[in-house]
Design a binder for this molecule. Sequence first.
Ligand SMILES: [Ca+2]
Ligand SMILES: [Ca+2]
Ligand SMILES: [Ca+2]
Length: 275
Amino acid sequence: MKYKSLVIFLILTFVSSYLFAGTKLELKDPKGDDKGPGYYVYPTDPIYVAGSFDLLKAEIEDKGEEIDFKITFNAPVTFNWGDFWDVQQLQIYLDFDKVEGSGRTETIPGTQVLVDPANAWEKVIFIDPHTVPKINGEIELKAASMKNDIVLPSKIKPIGKSLKATVKKADLGVKKNADISTWGYGIMMLSATGFPGDWCVLMRRVNEYEGQHRFGGGADGAGDPNVIDLFVDNADGSDDEAAIQYNMLDNWESGMDPVDTSADKLTVIKLVYLK
Ligand SMILES: [Ca+2]
Ligand SMILES: [Ca+2]
Ligand SMILES: [Ca+2]
């Protein structure tokens, strides 16, 4: 009898710590809104294949000790020049508690957006094709004040038109039985570069005019968002979400000088909550 209750106790303990393991979330995004605030254009070099920055779907799965994030866009991942893959950089901002003012509102330097204080984030997952020492060096140099809240995946696998990142819950500082369906998600597509601006953590900038390796449609200063696509609203992928994104990313002002930021005003984004 004693043995039997011990077994039951162990089973219940096991079940409760994995209560939410297996939870799967799916976010969708409309096709063709890979234009930031609606008017950005890709760089001219053919390495920036049409659709490479067009987010379509995010599948998030609780695996118990880890969480998988599979992000799908509208062109296959390519492998011509990067340490791992070529052009995409993804940032996934997580709001664990949905408490106004709890967490950070500034984003990784060079992203050039702010997060609504009602959606203030606790951790950001950084998915970039450079080596871990290079990424950590950039974070140390340019984002030291938030380095403890920037989490690198333990594994990233390119699959067709997707990047699948595996992140340890321990690295996010959350319990094994955290309910991922209550979190807020700010999933953004940027472009990676090994030669970023002085203040940018490996992301490619948007300028006034597009160039071989610069997006166009923004400003030569630093006030314009360097975000090309993101999931918004309830992320059901309906066409109206393109307009919501364009409005959300459009509220910026910028001077002409990328170093003198006194005339800049960053736009404010909201995260996606499925519950
Ligand atoms: Ca899209
Ligand atoms: Ca928060
Ligand atoms: Ca979008």
